[in-house]
Design a protein around this ligand. Structure first.
Ligand SMILES: NC(=O)C[C@H](N)C(=O)O
Length: 465
């Protein structure tokens, strides 16, 4: 449509026979700049449509922010294709509504993509759809307020994480996704094999064991980048990674995914759990505060009642030992479990602490992984779990065993000799932790089901697209 353009203050303006208008801007910047009087082009999806006698009011959103822009359309510009859910391009003059809200008085409206609601479009502006209902439409659900707000917050949180570590001088390390180690030893690895007959045939001529055909040893999707981070930490200092992580756990619970994003940090020269704890607490508070600053509207869109700042933001996190935690649970009369602390018990402990996050420290060594440092009482390890409201466990971490002889005895496989060797050459004490990004989002936004915190969740029998 536009035949020429010109620039003013580095903004492109198009002009054709009868009008000059500012070229397409996302709604976030149109609202932010609020240039009343300017003729502007916007594009987006119709979220609401109210047809009145002379005018049609359409709320348009384009995903760039939580807010919608109201478009005021003279009746003669309304076509049959302009319906709820359709995508549109509108040119109009920005003005203030009688209530002082920014709106666009449409001069030109073009439907870019029709949306035939009767043809099976699953959403409807007059219905409040449940999260379960929306979850059936993974390919369309980013059009809903709930999911779009969560995905904008997810984007912001990952930026805040990188900013935080950048200001603290940590190096961001890309740890591998394909690996031969099962860091946690919990039997939850996905095995990777080539899906190509010729490759398999050629490889099998060298090695008859089908498990070993690809890289010469069993290959898994990573369950944790920790061991690789530990290697990097002994040369680069403080390091972290934020990437996809996989667990073949046969669980469909509201807290589990087969593929999730884990933030893992490894702290150089870290000699006690208290230092590890204060760095976790500092990070979490930073993310919560920053996200409230950057995404207040999105938090409000998700749930204006529940998403008030948590009461614990200005309180110190609580610390109790594993033994004390077990005593508390006993006094509360919860059935005892020999092996660790289950979800119900985790949430009971958080409630006991007035919903302030609580570190459970010094765990029985047989319950934890081989790499954890033995406590002075050698039945325990210097490990921590951080429990939070909604999810229970949100962070797991430990000091790492730095005694060569002890580690050698606990090493689960010779394939990890490289890891053992780190203790031989200029070793340093380190500690680190892993924080699941999706669980963090659950706590931050009060989201009951983890499957709503990422675009395409994977869980057993659910990997169709
Ligand atoms: N980096 C960490 O300490 C996290 C730990 N490896 C886990 O997966 O729980």
């Amino acid at each position: 449509m536009a035949s020429h353009f010109m620039r003013k203050n580095n903004i492109k303006f198009y002009f054709n026979a009868d009008r000059i208008y500012r070229r397409y801007s996302v709604i976030a910047s149109v609202i932010k700049e609020a240039n009343v009087g300017e003729v502007t082009e916007v594009k987006g999806w119709v979220k609401n449509l109210r047809v009145q006698k002379e005018l049609v009011f359409a709320d348009i959103s384009d995903g760039s922010c939580a807010k919608k822009l109201q478009i005021v359309i003279p009746k003669h510009l309304k076509t049959d294709e302009l319906t709820y859910g359709s995508s549109v391009r509108v040119i109009g003059k920005l003005s203030k509504s009688p209530r002082g809200q920014l709106e666009l008085a449409a001069e030109d409206v073009k439907v870019l993509g029709e949306c035939v609601v009767l043809d099976g479009y699953p959403f409807n502006p007059r219905t409040t759809h449940s999260a379960e209902y929306i979850r059936q439409y993974l390919h369309l659900r980013c059009r809903t307020n709930y999911i779009s707000a969560l995905l904008r917050i997810r984007n912001a949180v990952s930026k805040h994480i990188h900013n935080y570590f950048d200001t603290k001088n940590y190096l961001h390390i890309h740890t591998p996704i394909l690996t031969s180690n099962d860091c946690e030893g919990a039997g939850e690895v996905f095995k990777v094999l080539p899906d190509n007959k010729d490759t398999i045939k050629a490889m099998m001529q060298q090695d008859k064991n089908v498990d070993n055909v690809y890289f010469g040893s069993k290959t898994f999707l990573t369950v944790s980048g920790q061991l690789h981070l530990e290697a990097m930490c002994r040369g680069l200092g403080n390091v972290y990674t934020l990437g996809p992580t996989f667990r073949a756990e046969n669980s469909r619970s509201r807290l589990h995914l087969s593929e999730f994003y884990m933030l893992e940090a490894e702290l150089a020269f870290c000699e006690n759990l208290e230092d590890l704890q204060s760095s976790i607490e500092d990070l979490l508070k930073y993310i919560f505060i920053e996200t409230r600053n950057t995404n207040e509207d999105d938090l409000y869109l998700i749930d204006k009642e529940k998403n008030k700042p948590p009461t614990w933001l200005d309180k110190k996190f609580i610390t109790i030992t594993y033994t004390e935690a077990k005593d508390i649970l006993k006094r509360k009369g919860l059935p005892d479990t020999e092996d660790g602390i289950n979800k119900e018990q985790e949430l009971a402990l958080v409630a006991h602490c007035d919903n302030v996050p609580v570190f459970i420290v010094r765990w029985p060594k047989e319950q934890k992984s081989f790499y954890m440092k033995e406590s002075q009482d050698n039945t325990k390890v210097e490990a921590l779990d951080l429990l939070a409201p909604i999810t229970g466990e949100i962070v797991g971490g430990s000091l790492r065993e730095d005694d060569y002889k002890k580690l050698k005895l606990k090493l689960p496989s010779e394939a990890l000799n490289w890891y053992l060797e780190l203790r031989k050459f200029g070793n340093i004490p380190t500690g680190g932790y892993g924080l699941g990004l999706e669980r963090l989002l659950q706590v931050l936004c009060s989201v009951p089901n983890i499957k709503d915190t990422l675009p395409f969740p994977r869980w057993p029998h659910n990997c169709d697209m």
